[in-house]
Design a protein around this ligand. Structure first.
Ligand code: ZN
Length: 96
């Protein structure tokens, strides 16, 4: 039982709490991790950067990639996923 698919699946689970979300606007796929209600970290792939026009534009204006959290649509997508509990890494305990 050492098929590549199986290994890939396992790696997904090992990267604890990272969820792939695609922007409803530009389709850029980023990996998102919810660390706390106030803190969300977003991992951009080079491909996602190319796909998100707003991201590219802001970087072109001199912003640091690490500080750009994508376009408004993506932020909205992430917020909604968080609200739906789709970003919860471990068993979400109490939910109001
Ligand atoms: Zn976007």
């Amino acid at each position: 039982m050492n098929r590549p698919e199986t290994l890939a699946d396992q790696r997904l689970y090992l990267e604890d709490g990272l969820r792939t979300l695609s922007c409803a606007g530009c389709g850029a796929r980023v990996r998102v991790k919810k660390n706390s209600p106030q803190h969300t970290s977003i991992q951009w792939t080079t491909r996602a950067v190319r796909e998100c026009a707003e991201f590219s534009a802001r970087v072109a204006l001199g912003e640091t990639t690490a500080l750009v959290d994508g376009c408004a649509t993506l932020r909205d997508t992430i917020e909604r996923a968080a609200r739906d509990g789709r970003l919860e890494a471990r068993a979400a305990t109490s939910q109001a």
